[in-house]
Design a protein around this ligand. Structure first.
Ligand code: 13P
Length: 271
């Protein structure tokens, strides 16, 4: 990420915690309260760095009540949404419901959805459109598996997921899109892509967005890196020019660790 001459970031960094299928509705509330206290104690400036959590669906009502009631500056989102708005789709959750629960964001195409639930780029594209229909900002997740990386096809593979994911979007809508580059081989494995790898892919994604939309739009889109991010590795990744945030799995379940990632600017100064 780059900063302007006045010290503000060109794009507001987003530190996002994907809880996956962890923390029930009671644990989720306790966690969020502790996170808010920890960030308050540290004097965190939310206007500089945005914090979002992605709890399980069953936590969202409690999270909404806490965030509203205590006026927390944390935002939140769903981990998935249906491509449909309503109807006979047992087990699915409409973007309309997420919007009513105060969600800002929704994850689309996390690699665990692509793999475990066989979600295709075509379905994910429908989900991206569904998110916008309900005033949710999609966080479109893209990234290659180990075999693709080893064969050197990671950039093309990831850009193809991107192109298919955003097909049919208008530039005006795309400016607030978030894209998360999560190499599958780095998720939950302890293997972190190096800052150079994250930058290489994020630069390629931004250039591709410039081609799909226009350079002005591409310059506004926030690009996250995800995959085994920890407090110790976050700052060096976030220092890269085209990386505007991180999507954190395991380390987002530890208050101190996640708060430390949110406060990555401290490490930028001391590194
Ligand atoms: P880990 O940080 O546990 O590797 O998970 C990354 C991820 O999948 C975030 O969406």
């Amino acid at each position: 990420m780059t900063t302007s001459t006045n010290g503000t970031f060109d794009r507001r960094p987003l530190i996002a915690g994907n809880w996956k299928m962890n923390l029930d509705h009671v644990q989720g509330i306790t966690f969020l309260q502790k996170l808010a206290w920890t960030l308050d104690d540290a004097g965190h400036d939310h206007s500089r760095v945005e914090v979002s959590v992605f709890p399980p669906f069953t936590d969202l009502r409690g999270v909404q009540t806490l965030v509203k009631g205590d006026d927390l500056e944390v935002v939140f989102g769903g981990q998935d949404l249906s491509p449909k708005d309503s109807g006979a789709y047992t087990g699915d959750i409409s973007g309309q419901f997420l919007n009513r629960l105060g969600c800002t964001y929704v994850l689309v195409g996390h690699s665990e959805r692509r793999t475990i639930h066989s979600e295709t780029d075509e379905v994910l594209n429908e989900k991206v459109h569904a998110a916008y229909r309900h005033n949710l900002v999609p966080v479109l997740c893209v990234g290659e598996g180990l075999e693709v990386r080893q064969a050197g096809g990671h950039v093309e593979h990831t850009l193809e997921q991107l192109r298919r994911g955003v097909a049919g979007l208008e530039s005006a809508r795309a400016a607030d899109l978030v894209v998360a580059y999560e190499p599958v081989w780095a998720i939950g494995t302890g293997e972190v892509a190096g800052p150079g790898d994250a930058q290489e892919m994020c630069a390629a994604i931004r250039a591709e967005l410039g081609t799909i939309f226009d350079t002005e739009t591409a310059a506004k889109v926030r690009l996250l890196y995800g995959g085994s991010v920890k407090a110790a590795s976050a700052a060096s990744i976030l220092r890269e020019r085209d990386v505007d945030g991180v999507l954190v799995g395991g380390a987002s379940l530890d208050v101190a660790e996640f708060a430390s990632i949110v406060r990555f600017e401290q490490h930028l100064v001391t590194d």
